[in-house]
Design a protein around this ligand. Structure first.
Ligand SMILES: [Zn+2]
Length: 253
């Protein structure tokens, strides 16, 4: 490549900026693929399901208890009414008296059985209610974890997006200083050669292919303001200068 008539370091700078952009984009992917979040979210879903199951079991048993309570109430009314009749002195037939007495006896026995069953249910309900409280607390705690991890993740993503925004702005400034034909060459090489179009030659070594330039080629690679071609990997190549390290440091900070 012939005399470039522009500061060739900007080509290296463009390459370094684009490397930094793709590194930050990879970081974004890593942040998004948050193992901690995935596991917290699946734990939350598990607890949510468990919590619903416990509550539905609770409601089921509570309905059974209420039904028993209602039946006991109705039967008590019936007992009261029968006993009222029994003690009213209006029943004169021995058979009728016996029938009422038998009915009261059966109703009282039923009520006693139902009350036993209700007591069992109440003990069970209390147990379930304690369990629901524990699972509910754990669910809330996990929900808080999920929200915290998400907030932290969004904060990191925001920072990375801002950095990328800054890098893109800098890339605009840099590309405005590169003649179109060089830019075109840069893009071509970048897509052909795994994203790296520009190499830096230092002590006759190419920093991309890591090979030593043959001495016959090295003899003519002497002008720091010139753009060469690495004879080994074919990339655009400029001679190292300390300015390049400064740019790297800037981009890393
Ligand atoms: Zn090379």
């Amino acid at each position: 490549m012939s005399n470039s008539k522009f500061n060739v370091v900007v080509l290296v700078e463009l390459q370094l900026i684009e490397n930094a952009i793709s590194a930050r984009q990879s970081e974004i992917e890593e942040v998004k693929n948050n193992r901690e979040l995935i596991s917290a979210e699946s734990r939350f879903a598990e607890l949510d399901k468990k919590f619903d199951e416990i509550n539905s079991n609770y409601n089921n048993l509570e309905n059974q208890r209420k039904k028993l309570e209602d039946s006991v109430g109705i039967q008590n009314e019936k007992i009261k009414s029968d006993e009222g009749k029994l003690f009213s002195g209006t029943i004169t037939s021995a058979k009728e008296l016996e029938n009422y007495q038998e009915e009261v006896r059966i109703l009282k026995q039923k009520n006693s059985e139902m009350e036993d069953r209700m007591l069992e249910l109440m003990i069970k309900l209390e147990e379930i209610s304690g369990k629901a409280k524990l699972v509910g607390e754990e669910k809330d705690k996990t929900g808080t974890d999920v929200n915290r991890i998400k907030a932290e993740m969004n904060e990191k993503l925001e920072v990375l997006k801002n950095i990328i925004g800054g890098l893109k702005k800098r890339r605009e400034d840099v590309t405005s200083n590169i003649p179109d034909d060089y830019l075109k060459k840069y893009r071509e090489l970048k897509s052909k050669k795994g994203g790296i179009a520009v190499a830096v030659l230092k002590d006759n070594f190419c920093n991309v292919c890591n090979m030593e330039i043959p001495s016959s080629d090295a003899e003519r690679i002497i002008d720091a303001d010139e753009i060469y071609r690495c004879p080994l990997c074919g990339r655009m190549a400029v001679i190292y200068r300390s300015e390049i390290d400064n740019i790297k440091r800037e981009l890393e900070s």
